[in-house]
Each structure stands twice: as C-alpha cells, then as structure tokens.
Ligand binder design. Structure first.
Ligand code: FES
Length: 178
C-alpha cells in the first residue's frame, strides 16, 4: 500500500496510524467503484475530522490518481474541510433580522472572548466559529447556535455565560434559551 506520512499528530502527539489504517481499508473497499473518490473523502473526513494535505496525498497515492484530482474535489465541495475543526461549532447568525438587531456586536464579542476569527478554530481546539445566514429564529433575533443548541435574543453580555456551558468537554444537557 501507499506511503504514510509521519503519523504522530503535531498538535496533540497522538499516533494517527490507526486512522490511516481505517482510511486504507476504505480505499481498498471503494477504489474500483464509480464515484469512489467522493466516498473515500467523505469517509476520510469522518475518520480524521478534516482533510489535511498529507491525508489527501495518502488518498491520491492509495487510489493511484493525481493529487491534483483529489485537491480539486476537496476544494470544490464546501462540505470538505482542510482545516481541523473545533470540538464545538459556534454559528452566529448574520441574516438580515439578526444583523439589524445587533448580531454584529455579538460576532465581535465572540471574537474577543475566544480570540478567534470568523472561519477559524480556537488555539485549544475547542471551538470553530462560523457565520450563518438564518437559522430559523428570526422572531427572536439575534440568534446563534453552539453545535445543535439554539440561543435566542443573544447580546454581547450573554456570550460568556453561553460559552461557559461548553468549557468542559462534556455535552450540554437540555440546549438553550439563554
Ligand atoms: S436572520 Fe437570524 S435567525 Fe433568521
């Protein structure tokens, strides 16, 4: 089978060999089938959480296709991510209703609180911060989501309390009406 990159994670030191084994199995399973690349990429993203360049190279090698083909597919589809994602995903709505009711101030508060830019992941790997374009809570704007929890009528003062619910790695019980 194909060459493996250094499998020790540069951030946490975890040996990713088992993850590469799992991707290698998926490649073997799908590589002769139609649409194999998409299926392999989906599975690889499930396994790793994202598709770093070393993993794309591993897939190209294993499937015996050019790396440019793999990169082309990864960059074309928005559901593929080349960036490591946080344990939790924050989506602050900036649709019209949320924007006019102060959503931008909440965005700024989240950026300050977590020291993260929109589209980025915090240094501790806890949060990925994204903007949404309406999450169906316009009547109680501005609204934000953390994972699957919806928070309505959010303002900058509420941000620390909302985020404190996710400080430990445990899931939040019961969601949210902050
Ligand atoms: S515009 Fe924000 S929830 Fe609809």
């Amino acid at each position: 089978m194909n060459e493996r990159p250094d499998t020790r994670c540069a951030t946490c030191g975890t040996d990713e060999n088992a993850l590469y084994d799992a991707v290698a199995k998926v490649i073997e399973q799908y590589k002769e089938k139609d649409g194999a690349l998409i299926m392999v990429l989906h599975a690889a993203q499930e396994i790793f959480g994202y598709l770093p360049m070393e993993l794309q190279e591993f897939i190209a090698d294993g499937m015996n296709i050019p790396l440019s083909e793999v990169c082309g597919v990864v960059s074309f589809y928005s559901f593929f991510s080349t960036q490591k994602r946080g344990k939790h995903t924050i989506r602050m709505c900036q649709g019209t209703a949320c924007y006019v009711r102060g959503g931008k101030k909440v965005v700024d508060a989240i950026k300050r609180e977590l020291d993260v830019e929109v589209g980025g992941t915090t240094a501790d790997g806890q949060y990925t911060f994204e903007i949404a374009r309406c999450i169906g809570a316009c009547g109680l704007a501005p609204a934000m989501m953390v994972d699957n929890d919806v928070y309505k009528q959010v303002n900058p003062a509420k941000v620390p309390a909302i985020l404190s619910r996710y400080e430990e790695t445990e899931a939040v019980e019961g969601g949210a009406e902050a």
